[in-house]
Design a protein around this ligand. Structure first.
Ligand SMILES: Cc1cc2nc3c(=O)[nH]c(=O)nc-3n(C[C@H](O)[C@H](O)[C@H](O)COP(=O)(O)OP(=O)(O)OC[C@H]3O[C@@H](n4cnc5c(N)ncnc54)[C@H](O)[C@@H]3O)c2cc1C
Length: 326
């Protein structure tokens, strides 16, 4: 593995930094380092990463705002990629009721820009502290809507296919479902186009304020990644966790929020391994109490496959398994 890392580092030259802590790049503020980290300033940097990934078969992790990511304390033995400011432009066309947003754009900023331009349909995103790219991959949503409701097309770069050239993909071809899509770990979403509707800016501003106030009342602050588990059909993960008596449950430096049972809070200087152990324990209790298998919404990175499975997380994210390319 270290030979492949050295080879990738050599191919990336000065564009990659070694052993960079990912904790500050996530909202949990826990976890270890990325063996290599590249901040992509423009498309050429993505092509360079694509060349390194294709040549070495090394794992790659795209980091957005890190608001749905939990990186293991052992870190991530691959190349982490963060999109720079050049990918954060937001262009709202009030007349055409459309938006083109770079993948690094902050969702609340996009939501506010659409309301200011007299559009409606994207207000829900004001409370989701992610990037446009992360929201596409997750099909993020809330308050009765989601990305799928307005997304028309995206552009993406496939790092496992050389990383050269963006291609457009229609939203209909992304298999967008409840917090899922077919965007793969080596796919970098670079922009998204949205189709919205004309709206009243005053009504839109009132909706934004209501959503922000609702979030402040119902969700905890501190270090977390929002809802840990998806809601089972017809039920709420938070209710099930509460009924299983797990609200306030603690494993080391991680605690099930006493305010919202589907949030896990990490202490300052906490441990990602404690968070994942708590996820597994919560799932175990809910399965025992209600017979329901919870599925994690949070994406786990760098953990052993058994830990990912015990936490009910998506196995398609990079794991610690040596030699696994994607
Ligand atoms: C307080 C709080 C409240 C939240 N509320 C909600 C909510 O109401 N609804 C909701 O859906 N989510 C919610 N979330 C979770 C999170 O904000 C969303 O999932 C968000 O879309 C993640 O975006 P991100 O940029 O932070 O992605 P990250 O956490 O950085 O990454 C998430 C996944 O997307 C991938 N990814 C990131 N950027 C890209 C890109 N450019 N191209 C390809 N893949 C990419 C990552 O590799 C990873 O697999 C909340 C989180 C917090 C902390």
């Amino acid at each position: 593995m270290s030979e492949r890392l050295d080879e990738a580092a050599a191919l990336l030259g000065g564009r990659a930094r070694r052993d960079v802590s990912l904790a500050p790049l996530t909202t949990y503020k826990v976890g270890g380092t990325a063996a290599l980290l590249v901040e992509a300033r423009h498309a050429d940097d993505l092509a360079l990463v694509g060349a390194a990934v294709t040549a070495t078969g090394i794992d790659v992790l795209v980091v957005g705002k890190g608001s749905n990511l939990l990186v293991a304390d052992a870190g991530f033995r691959g190349i982490a990629v963060v999109l720079g400011e050049a990918f954060a432009d937001v262009d709202v066309d009030g007349g055409a009721a459309s938006v083109r947003a770079g993948a690094a754009a902050f969702l609340p900023r996009v939501a506010r820009a659409t309301v200011t331009a007299g559009l409606t349909g994207f207000e829900w995103a004001v409370g989701v502290p992610g990037s446009v790219g992360g929201a596409v991959r997750m099909n993020a949503g809330g308050h009765g809507s989601d990305m799928a409701a307005s997304l028309t097309t995206i552009t993406l770069v496939d790092l496992a296919d050389g990383g050269a050239g963006e291609r457009a993909v229609a939203a209909a071809d992304l298999a967008l479902g409840y917090r899922t899509s077919n965007v793969a770990p080596a796919h970098v979403v670079t922009s998204a186009a949205l189709a919205l509707a004309p709206g009243d800016p005053a009504a839109g501003k009132a909706t934004l304020a209501e959503i922000v106030a609702w979030r402040r009342t119902h969700q905890p602050g501190g270090h977390n990644a929002g809802s840990v588990f998806t809601n089972p059909a017809g039920d709420s993960a938070g209710r099930l966790i509460d009924v299983a008596g797990a609200k306030g449950l603690r494993v080391g430096t991680a605690e099930v929020s006493p305010k919202h049972a589907n949030f896990i809070q990490a202490d300052d200087d906490g441990s990602a391994d404690d968070v994942v152990a708590l996820m597994a324990e919560v799932r175990r209790r809910v399965a025992a109490e209600a017979g329901v298998e919870l599925h994690a919404e949070t994406r786990l990175v760098g953990f052993a496959p058994e830990a990912v499975a015990a936490a009910g997380a998506d196995p398609s994210t990079p794991t610690a398994a040596p030699g696994k390319a994607r």
